[in-house]
Design a protein around this ligand. Structure first.
Ligand code: OSB
Ligand code: MG
Length: 369
């Protein structure tokens, strides 16, 4: 498989409703889509999950564009690959910039699967024919709005509710939710909003039987999380702190995390995601697939990854219609009663909807061998 062309689309899509976290609010989503073409004319699609601003991690849409155009495309163009695992090896000498790497690698994984007449799930070694999904709910203006939203998502069948918390919007919100929904699997995501000074407050969450608390402390920490986990009954799940298999190993060995959220972009691609998955499986650490408010392309990659056997807990990959009036793939991703059926078509399994894509494309950049 020789990579002959890469097309980059700079996209701008507006979310149906704003999504608020402890670090900021998303309404317009700007991101990159990549299409890679081989010497036989097969194509594969990837998505960069970097946001417009460096809130979640240090990457941005523009740093990704720079990395992809000036460093990653020159490495892959006109190059022959026997397997997509070789892409992450090739990128390894370049430090970090994981979301940029994952966008290119993801397009090549899709291409590889299509060329070999495999679904992306099969190419990764996944076996599930449907995956269980939950939903992530942003911070709301008031708790009664949140309760009504959750009621709707429970009725739709989502398998667990994840709510965002931040200082001043935590114990009382979770208490109200737990009272309204005594038996619903519930978890909280702090996106790094607390410090060890908040340990007494975080301990109060133990009474609500949360499945986990996601990333309570600093985005680059694994030491304080280990201290915190010793004081908490609720399992800690790391998101922002884990960028690689090595990070996962260190966090697990230290006792900083009992569950890991795998995001393909954050860890630099599907090959690294699979390595983290395999390590966690060997070490009794359940994983689940996180989300970055992706369009259908990134969503399709998440679905395929989630077919691996240690994705035991429901992920954040909800229906396309939860985010978008119109997604950029056909069919759109649909969660029914909390399950997404894994598509049977080769590669990512959904067709790019070029007409829809064109409507949301701001600029394109084309590279040819
Ligand atoms: O921490 O998982 C997170 C959205 C933006 C940035 C970070 C996160 C999230 C979500 C939403 O929780 C996940 C999704 O629905 O795609
Ligand atoms: Mg998170």
């Amino acid at each position: 498989m020789i990579i002959k062309e890469i097309n980059i689309r700079k996209m701008k899509m507006t979310m149906k409703s704003p999504f608020s976290t402890s670090f900021g609010t998303f309404q317009d989503k700007e991101f990159l889509l990549l299409e890679a073409t081989d010497e036989l004319g097969n194509t594969g699609w990837g998505e960069s999950t970097a946001f417009h601003s460096p809130w979640y991690n240090e990457e941005t849409l523009e740093t990704n564009l720079h990395m992809i155009r000036d460093f990653l495309i020159p490495l892959v163009l006109d190059k022959e690959f026997k397997h997509p695992d070789e892409v992450s090896e090739l990128f390894a000498p370049l430090r970090k910039n994981n979301m940029a790497k994952a966008a290119v690698e993801g397009a090549i994984w899709d291409l590889f699967a299509k060329r070999n007449k495999l679904t992306l799930a099969e190419a990764l070694g996944g076996t599930a024919d449907k995956i269980e999904v939950g939903i992530s709910i942003g911070i709301q203006k008031n708790t009664s709005d949140l309760i009504e939203l959750v009621r709707g998502f429970v009725a739709e069948g989502y398998k667990r509710m994840k709510v965002k918390i931040k200082p001043g919007h935590d114990v009382e919100v979770i208490r109200a939710l737990r009272e309204a929904f005594p038996d619903v699997p519930l978890m909280a995501d702090a996106n790094s909003a607390y410090t060890l000074d908040d340990i007494e407050l975080l301990k109060q969450l133990d009474e609500f039987n949360l499945t986990m608390i996601e990333q309570p402390l600093a985005s680059d920490d694994i030491i304080d999380h280990a201290k915190l986990q010793k004081e908490l009954k609720t399992p800690i799940c790391l998101d922002e702190s884990i960028h690689s298999l090595e990070d996962a190993r260190k966090a697990v060995e230290l006792g900083s995390t009992k569950i890991i959220n795998i995001k393909i972009g954050r860890v630099g691609g599907l090959t690294e995601s699979k390595k983290i998955h395999d390590y966690c499986m060997e070490n009794g650490i359940p994983v689940w697939c996180g989300g970055m408010l992706e369009s259908g392309v990134g969503r399709a990659h998440n679905v395929a990854l989630t077919t691996l056997p240690n994705f035991i807990l429901p992920g954040d990959t909800a229906s396309s219609s939860r985010y978008w009036e119109e997604d950029v793939i056909t069919p759109e991703v649909i969660a029914e009663d909390g399950y997404i059926t894994v598509p049977l078509a080769y590669g990512i399994g959904y067709e790019p909807n070029i007409e829809a894509m064109d409507r949301y494309t701001v600029e394109q950049f084309h590279y040819k061998a």
